[in-house]
Write a protein that binds this ligand. Structure first.
Ligand SMILES: Cc1cc2nc3c(=O)[nH]c(=O)nc-3n(C[C@H](O)[C@H](O)[C@H](O)COP(=O)(O)OP(=O)(O)OC[C@H]3O[C@@H](n4cnc5c(N)ncnc54)[C@H](O)[C@@H]3O)c2cc1C
Length: 400
């Protein structure tokens, strides 16, 4: 730590102590012990969000996904419990909510994605009651299971917005679990299950899309595409969708609705010099270095990386950032390249899962010596028991 125009200056400052921030800090300190690393993170809890699909499906209580931030800060890193409000990249400084100015030699930006509930009319303040649920927040995820359990007949509606989202598969995974629960509890014939998406296809990679479409046909789930949720009328239990090309509006009546909210870059990134035209942290897709400020790196959901926003992607992005950051710290050229790897464990029911793994170009990056587009019990078990352990004990410790 050193003085910088009257403010404190650290070797590496990390904005956001979520999946990406913690993983980067852990890798960095494993490889370069003694580095002066500060993590700026306002929340005293961290969540393993991939578990929320199973929490919404009644498999785990939500507490299972939560840990104290303090317990996850890697030894040797300093946690500053504060939020960044402003970036001053020309001065190598950030400003925080509490009024501090923090200087850095290198900055890693990883504050996640912003949920924009207010972009859908009628939604704000109504999620978590009156049959409106969402797996996308810790506060509302348990209500999803309540809705699924309580629905005896009618329409169960599941939506996917037109914006980029974290975990592109999560909106449909919960539809499959709900359908499976309705069937197992003898109510399937009384309930219509509908998946309504603003996207034109069920999944971006054709190999997995084909397998998912077969599962949808087998399960008798109704699908509608290019339909963007624009309004919810809680009193009337109506959802209004706008067609992505024609603009025509359609009203669907529901008895329960699972919402995946519109999402976007955090406002404080969008309104800063670090954002690209769409507001995401503007980084090189290979090296993860900022396109205009060489001493800044970005990764995770807030970044401009043109891949699916997942924790699995971060597992590969973080070592790339750290390798290149260490090169930059010692004045060497950046040689590590991220290939866009991402993964989506597509739960298709209680006990079945398609494990999608692919790169920037949709090329297969599968880990197992079998066709992962097939629904498998073993992969469901990996999601339920294996991946959480890999996350807490491997990835967040910088071991994987
Ligand atoms: C329902 C659901 C299911 C999912 N399923 C999967 C899955 O099966 N597999 C998978 O790989 N991924 C899945 N994901 C996605 C995965 O959880 C995210 O991609 C991942 O957590 C993103 O990590 P991140 O570090 O970018 O953001 P986060 O982990 O969200 O962390 C961002 C951190 O930045 C902090 N922050 C925000 N603003 C500021 C500020 N101003 N200053 C400082 N800090 C700030 C936040 O408090 C937060 O701690 C799922 C997500 C959801 C919601």
């Amino acid at each position: 730590m050193s003085a910088n125009n009257g403010s404190l200056k650290h070797q590496v400052v990390i904005v956001g102590g979520g999946s990406a921030g913690i993983t980067v800090a852990a890798h960095l300190l494993n490889q370069r012990p003694g580095t002066d690393v500060v993590i700026i993170e306002p929340s005293d809890k961290h969540y393993y969000q991939p578990l929320w699909t199973l929490v919404g499906g009644g498999v785990f209580p939500r507490e299972e996904s939560q840990r104290n931030e303090a317990a996850l800060i890697p030894p040797g890193a300093t946690w500053l419990k504060d939020a960044v409000t402003e970036f001053l990249p020309d001065q190598n400084q950030v400003k925080t909510r509490s009024g501090q100015t923090i200087g850095y030699e290198f900055l890693v930006v990883a504050p996640g994605i912003q949920l924009n509930w207010d972009k859908v009319k009628g939604l704000k303040g109504n999620v978590g009651k009156n049959g409106i649920c969402s797996n996308y927040a810790y506060d509302t995820v348990e209500y999803t299971w309540e809705c699924i359990q309580n629905l005896k007949s009618g329409v169960a509606l599941f939506t996917q917005p037109s914006t980029p989202i974290k975990c592109g598969g999560a909106p449909q995974k919960i539809a499959y679990l709900a359908e499976d629960h309705f069937r197992r509890s003898g109510r399937r014939s009384q309930i219509e299950v509908m998946f309504v998406s603003a996207s034109g296809v069920i999944f971006s990679v054709p190999k997995y899309a084909q397998a998912l479409n077969q599962a949808i046909d087998r399960k008798g789930i109704q699908t509608r595409y290019l339909q963007d949720l624009v309004e919810v009328r809680p009193e009337a239990k109506e959802a209004v969708f706008r067609h992505m090309t024609s603009g025509e509006e359609t009203v669907i009546k529901y008895d329960m609705i699972h919402i995946t909210p519109p999402q976007g870059p955090p406002d404080f990134i969008k309104n800063s010099p670090l954002g690209n035209v769409d507001g995401w942290v503007d980084v090189n897709k290979d090296t993860l270095q900022h396109n205009r400020y060489p001493n800044i790196f970005g990764l995770g959901d807030a970044s401009s990386l043109p891949t699916s926003k997942t924790g699995a992607a971060i597992r590969k992005q973080a070592p790339t950032v750290v390798h290149n950051l260490i090169s930059a710290l010692s004045g060497q050229p950046l040689t590590e390249v991220y290939n866009g790897y991402t993964s989506c464990p597509l739960v298709t029911g209680y006990g079945s899962l398609i494990l999608a793994e692919f790169d920037y170009d949709g090329n297969s990056q599968e880990s197992f010596p079998f066709n992962q587009a097939e629904e498998r019990y073993s992969m469901y078990m990996l999601k339920k028991y294996g991946l959480p352990r890999i996350y807490w004990h491997g990835m967040l410790k910088g071991r994987l």
